[in-house]
Design a protein around this ligand. Structure first.
Ligand code: GLN
Length: 481
């Protein structure tokens, strides 16, 4: 077997090597499993590493032998714990679903299964995809592989940390308000939140149905593109899915001169840290050198995006999480009456953040406040979307930082929900508008005088609906792929 350099591996390289017999899918899976053994007791990216990984890899090898292998056959993939894999626990990192075993595959999973992808395990997350640091997991925190005193971001922190520490080649996350992009930024990897409706949500445990999307977290943009193309598509099981769009094909051609818009007035509201500011300025310069045109754009209603997002988030969360009543399935605790059973089960089964959002969501949906909060938020959501659509008449891409700061310390924000919510200022708009957005690595912080390790920085690119191709083109240009 040829030596496998997992730090440099891509889907294409792994595929070529397995096809030419340089190594097998079993060899590849073994290298990842060994790395997990070495690193994951500290990082804790995985809630569970599956026991049949080698069997899955053997089945992949058989496909290379009989000529039915595809580009993704034998590729090791980590899966966020809110995406259902038949016969596996899917806990959403909640005590409520600690023992819940999925009875079917999510559509994204069945598509990858058909390609012969090897599922390595399920990754840690903030409970029910609420949070921004993976500290809200009921099963312990995940650490940032670049600096274990820091968070990996969240809510798909386990999936991003698994890629950053080479504990899987590709991974799936979900993004409701930044949960793919922010952990990707904190861990120095690539994360795409696809256009709403391009990837089926069937089998993704619903947090906020009008915002949730499954998407790829990978080391390269090319890998994100391959994985996205494998999981996308219309699905009869999710009525919000859309057919593949062709928009973006023309502007994504190699020689197209793309225009990048920067919402500078909005960015001033973000409380951006100096390191992120420097990385952003350097990214702007790099795009200019690559021949991109940079212009300023105005997104006047973006100032409301964060409160609008959190009102809609709380409202839908309170409704979606009502199914976890401790009776039909999931955690159960006996009270003295039937009604008390509900109270006891929900009070103990859900963590603090989930309970906070259920309470606030119930409040904004209550008859006296429905118009003042929920309806107003939805009206503003339309205005925000309108601003973006206007901007995309002038530009192909919008660029902002992914998050206002690089990865923060474990424990720094977890007891201050507002500080945690402010982290999402640049990511929530893509969910409110349904637009595709991708975080790409943009350098590392300097090692400071106190000897803190250097940690990743990132920028976020947003494109118009269905124009993922534009993001892939710009991302590859930027990273020199
Ligand atoms: N941090 C955001 C929140 O807590 C985003 C979560 C997500 O995308 N799932 O809602």
């Amino acid at each position: 077997m040829k030596k496998i350099d997992i730090a440099q591996l891509t889907i294409q390289k792994a595929h070529d090597a397995m096809k030419s017999g340089d190594f097998t899918a079993v060899d590849l899976a073994t290298v990842y499993l060994e790395n997990i053994k070495k690193l994951d007791s500290e990082i804790h990216a995985y809630l569970e590493v599956f026991t049949d990984v080698i069997e899955q890899a053997e089945a992949a090898d058989a496909r290379f032998k009989d000529g039915t292998a595809t580009l993704l056959t034998g590729i090791p993939c980590a899966v966020k714990d809110n995406i259902l894999i038949r016969g596996r626990i899917s806990s959403c990192a909640s005590k409520m679903l600690e023992k819940y075993v999925a009875t079917y595959d999510a559509t994204a999973i069945s598509k990858l299964r058909a390609e012969g992808v090897v599922f390595i395990g399920r990754t840690n997350m903030d409970e029910f995809a609420m949070g921004g640091s993976t500290e809200n997991s009921a099963f312990g925190v995940t650490k940032n592989p670049h600096d274990v005193s820091r968070v990996p971001g969240g809510t798909s922190g386990g999936s991003a940390a698994a890629i950053a520490a080479n504990m899987a080649l590709i991974s799936l996350g979900s993004d409701t308000g930044g949960s793919i992009r922010q952990p990707s930024a904190f861990c120095g990897v690539v994360g795409l939140k696809p256009t709403y409706g391009s990837v089926s949500r069937y089998g993704l445990t619903a947090a906020v149905s009008s915002l949730d999307q499954i998407g790829p977290i990978t080391r390269t943009v090319a890998d994100a593109e391959i994985l996205f193309n494998a999981i996308r598509g219309k699905d009869v099981m999710d009525g919000t899915t859309i057919s593949e769009t062709t928009y973006g094909e023309k502007s994504a051609s190699k020689n197209a001169k793309l225009t990048i818009g920067i919402p500078r007035a909005f960015m001033k509201l973000g409380g951006i840290s100096p390191a992120v500011q420097d990385a952003f300025a350097a990214a702007e310069l790099r795009f200019k050198k690559l021949g991109y045109t940079i212009v300023d754009v105005d997104l006047p209603n973006n100032a409301f995006a964060l409160p609008v997002y959190y009102i809609i988030n709380f409202a839908e969360v309170s409704s979606n999480l009502s199914r976890f009543d401790g009776v039909r399935y999931g955690f159960h605790k006996d009270g003295t009456t039937g009604v008390e059973d509900y109270f006891e089960s929900r009070a103990e089964g859900f963590g603090r953040e989930a309970r906070r959002r259920i309470l606030l969501g119930t409040y904004v949906l209550s008859s006296g406040y429905y118009d003042a909060y929920y309806n107003r938020a939805n009206a503003l959501r339309r205005l925000i979307t309108g601003d973006f659509n206007t901007a995309f008449k002038k530009v192909d891409i919008l660029m902002t930082p992914t998050a206002p700061s690089p990865a923060f310390k474990i424990g720094e924000k977890v007891s201050d929900p507002v500080a945690m919510y402010l982290e999402d200022i640049f990511t929530v708009t893509a969910n409110l508008t349904g637009l595709p957005a991708m975080s790409i690595p943009a350098g590392m912080t300097q090692v400071d005088a106190t000897g803190n390790p250097s940690i990743p920085l990132a920028v976020q690119l947003t494109a118009s609906h269905g124009a993922e191709k534009v993001l892939f083109q710009a991302g590859k240009d930027f990273l020199g792929e």
